[in-house]
Design a protein around this ligand. Structure first.
Ligand code: PLP
Length: 427
């Protein structure tokens, strides 16, 4: 049976990725996916950031199979299990302690939007305030609380009711350097006559994965953190997409040297594409009543097993970080070479969360489609899909990286014409 008619017949219209990539996928390894028509695809998508270590990484796969074969418990809500103990111990020893971070670990439901919801609820509970500030072009998820702090108007319209108790403020460089970013906010927070209610929290992404790959400068993040501290506003760092090594460090905020009050992690924390999320909470803020925020799927032991294996395998020393930095620079160089050939095209993002913004807002989608025809999965980002977004597995080889960049270059030539050779010197 190789038809796709069942998807058209009974799967909801809401499906989206399969419209751009209509292949029926069967198997995958590392940075390659295989479809049932015999074609293979190079993966510059990595499960939207859920597959930082590639598909079916052998070390993680082995740990998972062994665990399941041994009769290990699969589902346990928030009961004690040996695998949860192992995960928490490893996370403390390999990730938190070496970075001098002191967080309590909460397991919300297993998706990104679940950790964001828990962070927003906790910030409101602890401060007794209702309002949350978030940033232009932010993306935090699809449930109502997370949607209320998300920018994209198409997604917001899907809510079907007013999204309240939040306001948007400009992300770094929103006015292209023309305005000091925090001028307005600092003023109204200090002015008792401004009429602006003090928010419970400000939620921010270090790199806006869905909103167009804008990357906040470290000094901007530091200024935000200081502003929050000065006004006793909680800082929630949503590292669902940019965390787990995507920008080079385990946490995307390490470069800025800040310590957020609450951190949201999901996507690649299980390392294997299994659903899992964490909300990291400064200990004084851990004021939940038992069960005040719960959910059936918070104790997915197979995810604890692969997460622990991933932390031990990739994060026990600096070797992996070094490799990711090297590969990240190669990706950046390859994309810069392409962007340099087209007037107005610029490279955006940080580390392995990077892409090209084209002045013609329809270009990125066409290049992504032409790349798919050539066997590469690459998506777009931004309010108008104006950014070609590359997000390979952090484990990708140099050769695979080069092949993918070559495919994008050929697709860009098909869509935009041959690159202009002497533009690079002018840029
Ligand atoms: C920064 C950020 N937060 C939250 C989410 C929501 O995650 P999920 O789709 O797992 O609910 C995403 C998803 O892309 C994200 O990029």
């Amino acid at each position: 049976m190789s038809s796709t008619s069942i998807f058209d017949e009974i799967e909801s219209q809401v499906r989206s990725y399969c419209r751009n990539w209509p292949a029926t996928f069967t198997t995958a390894a590392g940075s390659s996916l295989h479809a049932e028509d015999g074609r293979s695809y190079l993966d510059f998508f990595a499960g939207a950031g859920a597959l930082n270590y590639g598909h079916n990484h052998p070390v993680l796969l082995e740990a998972l199979i062994e665990y399941l074969r041994s009769g290990g418990i699969v589902h346990s809500l928030d009961m004690h299990t040996a695998t949860k103990r192992e995960f928490l111990t490893t996370f403390r020893d390999r990730i938190l302690a070496p970075r001098g971070l002191d967080y309590k670990v909460m397991f919300p439901g297993p998706t990104g939007t679940n950790t964001v919801e828990s962070a927003l609820k906790l910030a409101r509970k602890v401060t007794g305030r209702q309002h949350i500030l978030s940033f232009t072009n932010a993306f935090h998820g699809m449930t109502l609380g997370a949607l209320s702090v998300t920018g994209n108007s198409m997604k917001r319209n899907g809510a079907g009711l007013p999204l309240t108790n939040s306001s948007k403020i400009p992300y770094d460089d929103y006015f292209s350097g023309a305005t000091e970013d925090f001028l307005w906010l600092e003023r109204v927070l200090s002015d008792s006559g401004s009429g602006v209610d003090k928010p419970a929290a400000i939620i921010v992404e270090s790199v806006q994965g869905e909103g167009g790959l804008s990357a906040a400068r470290p000094e901007w993040l530091r200024a935000l953190s200081e502003l929050c501290r000065a006004h006793e506003i909680l800082l929630i760092l949503d590292d669902v997409q940019a965390g787990c090594g995507r920008t080079g460090d385990f946490f995307s905020f390490e470069e800025a040297g800040i310590t957020p009050d609450i951190v949201c992690l999901s996507k690649s924390i299980s390392g294997f594409g299994l659903p899992m999320a964490l909300t990291l909470i400064r200990p004084e803020l851990d004021q939940w009543e038992p069960g005040e925020h719960n959910g059936t799927f918070r104790g997915h032991n197979p995810a604890f097993v692969t997460a622990t294996a991933a932390l031990n395998h990739f994060w026990s020393d600096d070797t992996f970080v070094g490799e990711v930095r090297e590969r990240g620079a190669e990706l950046h160089d390859g994309l810069s070479r392409i962007a340099n050939g087209y007037e107005g095209a610029v490279v955006k993002g940080r580390g392995f969360l990077t892409g090209i913004k084209f002045p013609d807002t329809s270009a990125a989608s066409k290049i992504a489609a032409a790349s798919y025809q050539r066997g590469l999965l690459v998506e777009t980002s931004g309010p108008e899909d104006e950014v070609l977004k590359t997000m390979p597995a952090l484990t990708i080889s140099s050769d695979e990286l080069r092949s993918g960049v070559d495919i994008i270059a050929a697709a860009a030539t098909e869509v935009l014409g041959a690159p202009v050779a002497d533009l690079a010197a002018a840029k």
